[in-house]
Design a protein around this ligand. Structure first.
Ligand SMILES: Nc1ncnc2c1ncn2[C@@H]1O[C@H](COP(=O)(O)OP(=O)(O)OP(=O)(O)O)[C@@H](O)[C@H]1O
Ligand SMILES: [Mg+2]
Length: 461
C-alpha cells in the first residue's frame, strides 16, 4: 500500500484540525500555520502534496506556491481560498497549482480532489517501487566515494532516462564498465525489458552477425530448424549491450552501423526487413582513437555509439575508493565463505592504498577474496593479502637461519624496519633491479617485495 504525505498549511487552527482529522485515515498529514514553517520542514520530509491557503500572514500562498514548485517540482499543490477570486485562481494555476478548493471545505469534495490529483503520483510511485526492486535484484552494490565516481553515478542517472541515446563506456579492464551498463539499463524507463549482452570478443567472428541479427531457418549448416531471434530482437524495448565493442570486425561494424542509422536489419539468410527500437550501450577498454587512426574502427560508427561517453577512471586514479570498496568486498566474502572478518589491519590498509592496481576493481576483489580464504580473521592482515607465497607453499620452506646463528635481541631492542631495508637493498643490488629475482632472493611474494621496495629512498622508481 502506498501512503501519501500531505502538508496542510492554513493559519486557522480549526481548518487545519478539521482537514487533518478528516484525512487521517487515508493520508499522513502534517499541519503548519505558516508557509515559512512548512517550507523549512520540507527539507527533512518532502510531502507528496501540499494543501495551501492563499491568504496567509507572512509569506502568502502564491509566493509559497512559487517557491515550492521551484524547489520541489514533484510536490503537488492544491490551493484553498476563502472566496472565489478569478484572478488569484488563474495566477495559482499559472504557477503550477493542480487544483483549488473554496472554503468552507467539504470533506467529500476534498477527498475526491486529492484522490484525482494523486492518481498520477500513485502510478509513478508504483513504477518506481518496482524499478527499485529490479535494481536491487540485478545490480551488485556500486561503491565509490571519489568525486570522479560520484560524477559517473550522476551522469548514469541522468542519461539512463533518455532511452534513445546511445552510450559508450570506456575505461581500463576491471573498472566496472559492465556494472555501469547494467546500472544504465535498470535505471532507465526500459528496466522491465531485456538487457541483451553481446560480448564481441568472446564470440567467433563469423557468428557475431547471426547472434546480433538472428537467422532464418536453413541460413547455414548447423542453424536451428525454426531460425533464431537475434540479440537485437531480444533487446526490443530494452537495452542492447555491446561489450568489448572494439573487437568487432570491420564487416560487423558496417552492419551494426546500418542498424543504428535506421533501426532496420535483416536476419542472416532472410529477406524480410525487421525494425527494432533498443537503447544501445557499448563498452571497450581499447583505445578507439588509435584504432580509428589505423583504420580498424569506423569513425562513423564511433559517432553513432558514443553520443554520450562515460569514462570510468582507473582505481589508481581514485585511491580514496580503494578502502571503501575493499571493505565492501570483505563483508561480501566473509558472508560467502562463512568467515569472521570484520576489519582490515592498518598495515593491510596501507598496502592496499599504495598498491599499483593494474587489474583495477576486479584485481582488488580477487585479492580480498583470497585474503578472506587464507586468513583467520577477525582482522584482514597484511600477510593474508600479500603473502601469496604462503598459499603457494613457500611458507613451508625449511628455516634458513638455525637457532643461535643470529645475535640475541639486545635489551634496547632493534629497528626491524632498518634490517628489512638493509636486506631489500642487498637483494635489489644482487638482482640488478629485477623485482622478480629480488623477491625470490628474499622468499617474498613479488607484490610484497615491490611494495616494500618502493617505500625505500632511492629505490622508488
Ligand atoms: N564501484 C564498484 N563497487 C563495487 N564493485 C565493483 C565496482 N566496480 C566494479 N566492481 C566489480 O568489479 C568486477 C569487475 O567489474 P566489471 O566486470 O564491470 O569490469 P569491466 O570494466 O567490464 O572489465 P573488463 O574490461 O575486463 O570487461 C565486477 O565483479 C564488478 O561487480
Ligand atoms: Mg567487462
Amino acid at each position: 500500500m502506498i501512503t501519501f504525505t500531505i502538508f496542510i498549511i492554513d493559519d486557522e487552527q480549526s481548518i487545519r484540525q478539521g482537514i487533518s482529522y478528516g484525512l487521517k485515515k487515508i493520508y499522513n498529514t502534517e499541519c503548519f500555520s505558516s508557509a515559512e514553517d512548512a517550507i523549512k520542514a520540507m527539507e527533512k520530509n518532502t510531502p507528496d502534496l501540499v494543501l495551501l491557503d492563499v491568504g496567509l500572514p507572512g509569506m502568502d500562498g502564491i509566493a509559497a506556491l512559487r517557491i515550492i514548485r521551484e524547489k520541489y517540482p514533484d510536490v503537488l499543490v492544491v490551493m484553498i481560498t476563502a472566496y472565489e477570486n478569478n484572478e488569484t485562481v488563474i495566477t495559482a494555476m499559472k504557477y503550477g497549482a493542480k487544483d483549488y478548493l473554496i472554503k468552507p471545505i467539504h470533506m467529500e469534495s476534498l477527498k475526491a480532489c486529492l484522490s484525482k490529483v494523486l492518481e498520477t503520483v500513485k502510478l509513478k510511485k508504483e513504477i518506481r517501487g518496482l524499478q527499485e526492486r529490479y535494481i536491487k535484484e540485478n545490480i551488485p552494490c556500486f561503491v565509490g566515494e571519489s568525486d570522479a565516481i560520484q560524477d559517473v553515478i550522476q551522469i548514469v542517472e541522468k542519461v539512463a532516462q533518455s532511452v534513445d541515446t546511445p552510450i559508450m563506456i570506456t575505461g581500463e579492464s576491471g573498472t566496472g564498465k559492465e556494472l555501469i551498463a547494467s546500472a544504465i539499463h535498470y535505471n532507465s524507463p526500459n528496466f522491465q525489458g531485456t538487457l541483451a549482452t553481446l560480448n564481441c570478443a568472446a564470440i567467433p567472428k563469423d557468428l557475431i552477425e547471426s547472434e546480433l541479427f538472428g537467422y532464418e531457418k536453413g541460413a547455414f549448416t548447423g542453424a536451428a530448424k525454426g531460425g533464431k531471434e537475434g540479440l537485437i530482437e531480444q533487446a526490443a524495448d530494452g537495452t542492447l549491450f555491446l561489450d568489448e565493442v572494439g573487437d568487432l570486425s570491420l564487416e560487423a561494424q558496417a552492419k551494426l552501423l546500418r542498424f543504428l542509422e535506421d533501426g532496420e536489419y535483416y536476419r542472416v539468410g532472410g529477406t524480410r526487413k525487421h525494425h527494432v527500437q533498443a537503447r544501445v550501450v557499448s563498452a571497450t577498454n581499447k583505445d578507439l582513437n588509435s584504432m580509428i587512426q589505423h583504420g580498424l574502427f569506423r569513425l562513423d560508427l564511433y559517432y553513432r555509439l558514443a553520443v554520450i561517453r562515460i569514462e570510468i577512471p582507473s582505481l589508481n586514479d581514485r585511491r580514496e575508493d580503494i578502502l571503501p570498496i575493499a571493505k565492501h568486498f570483505l563483508v561480501e566474502f566473509s558472508n560467502k565463505h562463512n568467515k569472521p572478518f570484520t576489519a582490515i589491519s592498518d598495515n593491510a590498509e596501507d598496502y592496499l592504498k599504495n598498491f599499483q592496481w593494474t587489474g583495477n576493481i576486479r584485481e582488488l576483489r580477487n585479492l580480498i577474496e583470497r585474503g578472506v580464504l587464507v586468513g583467520d580473521g577477525p582482522d584482514l592482515l597484511l600477510r593474508d593479502i600479500s603473502d601469496i607465497g604462503g598459499i603457494m607453499g613457500l611458507a613451508t620452506l625449511p628455516r634458513i637461519i638455525p637457532n643461535g646463528a643470529l645475535p640475541p635481541l639486545p635489551d634496547e631492542g632493534i629497528d626491524l624496519e632498518e634490517l628489512e631495508e638493509h636486506f631489500i637493498r642487498e637483494a635489489f643490488k644482487k638482482a640488478k633491479g629485477n623485482d622478480t629475482k629480488a623477491a625470490q632472493l628474499l622468499k617474498m611474494n613479488y607484490y610484497s617485495y615491490r611494495y616494500r621496495r618502493k617505500k625505500i629512498k632511492g629505490l622508488e622508481r
